[in-house]
Design a protein around this ligand. Structure first.
Ligand SMILES: C[S@@+](CC[C@H](N)C(=O)[O-])C[C@H]1O[C@@H](n2cnc3c(N)ncnc32)[C@H](O)[C@@H]1O
Length: 328
């Protein structure tokens, strides 16, 4: 934990300032281990492996911690020799790199850091928050990036002072929380006046919950994580070539995607067959393992944002539900 993040951290219970009590330092600016203690309510929060931890190590998002620590590098652009994450980041936020420079940016639910990696290419200070130990995977994928800060915390108890971020984004996270509207409403408090927010959320259409993925999830999410990954691994030699054909048949490909619970990962020239195969396994696990998956309608997202003081709310004209706005 770099000491400069203390300027924006606060106790998640009472929002008062925190005192840092280091045990081990790396240089004079990075705390490797120690505690953060609230000056008001005296709650303490550990700093472990250079990351402040505001949630219990075991929580509902354990499947994500498992997933991102197994598949750390697969979706990081530099390792895939592709720009899939950069393209998605700019398309789904509507932001440009130059407007991020010198700002404080929040990535809620950073996972292994594919989008933090892109935001951190600017000169912004970027803060990745995740409830799971995906933050430890992120510490590896983004090691040495001085403008990246990681915090293990929940959107429901964010450990930041009000109005400290210039922009906040969250891609593919909100539907994986137990109460999506409450998760969305928690973010605008952290934004400065006119600060920007960008959310990509799985969209719920009238037929979405009939997707076979949702029909089998009550079973698959209860399978122990290692066993589920094993099952996906052993069935993929059949499903990968099968879906590579079926998902691409004109007119009916969409139907097959609806009834076969296997991910369809984008094809890109820089991705080798092996890399794409790994990404299909990763995304299939990501479909079947999470405790919560509550896709949202556009109206639900917009209502939660406007109820929390966001204006100029707009749905971006791209595939998927990506909604941007500005703090009043
Ligand atoms: C599907 S992953 C997306 C990760 C990353 N945004 C990406 O697109 O690669 C969802 C992430 O949300 C995190 N998450 C779920 N509930 C959360 C919560 N209450 N607070 C913070 N993060 C949460 C999970 O741990 C997981 O890493």
């Amino acid at each position: 934990m770099q000491l400069k993040i203390l300027d924006i951290l606060a106790c998640p219970k009472c929002f008062e300032d925190l005192t840092c009590l280091p045990k081990e330092m790396h240089g004079d600016q990075e705390v490797v281990s120690g505690n953060l203690k609230c000056k008001n309510c005296r709650c303490t929060y550990p700093i472990q492996s250079s990351i402040p931890r505001f949630v219990p190590a075991v929580n509902y998002a354990a499947s994500f911690g498992f997933q991102w620590n197994r598949f750390k590098f697969e979706q990081i652009d530099a390792f895939a020799s592709e720009k899939l994450s950069a393209n998605r980041f700019y398309a789904e936020t509507g932001w440009r790199q130059d407007e991020l420079n010198e700002k404080w940016i929040l990535d809620l639910g950073c996972g292994a850091g594919r989008f933090l990696d892109i935001a951190a290419k600017s000169t912004a200070e970027v803060v990745g928050v995740d409830i799971s130990n995906a933050v430890d995977a992120c510490a590896v994928t983004l090691a040495g990036r001085k403008n990246v800060h990681l915090v293990q915390a929940s959107v429901y108890e964010l450990p930041f002072k009000p109005g400290v971020f210039d922009a906040a984004y969250s891609i593919g996270v909100i539907q994986h929380t137990p109460a999506p509207a409450r998760a969305i409403a928690a973010l605008p408090r952290l934004l400065k006046k006119n600060g920007k927010i960008a959310l990509t959320v799985y969209e719920r259409k009238p037929w979405t919950l009939l997707n076979v993925k949702y029909l089998i999830r009550p079973l698959t999410k209860r399978i122990p994580k290692k066993a589920l990954l094993f099952l996906i691994n052993v069935s993929m030699p059949v499903f990968y070539p099968l879906t590579a054909i079926l998902f691409r048949i004109p007119w009916v490909g969409g139907f097959f995607k609806f009834v076969i619970p296997v991910a369809d990962y984008p094809r890109a020239p820089g991705l080798s067959l092996k890399q794409r195969y790994r990404c299909v396994i990763l995304d299939t696990f990501d479909m079947l393992a999470p405790q919560f998956d509550y896709p949202q309608t556009q109206k639900e997202v917009e209502d939660a944002l406007s109820g929390a003081g966001v204006v100029n709310i707009e749905r971006l004209k791209i595939a998927g539900l990506s909604i941007v706005g500005q703090k009043k």
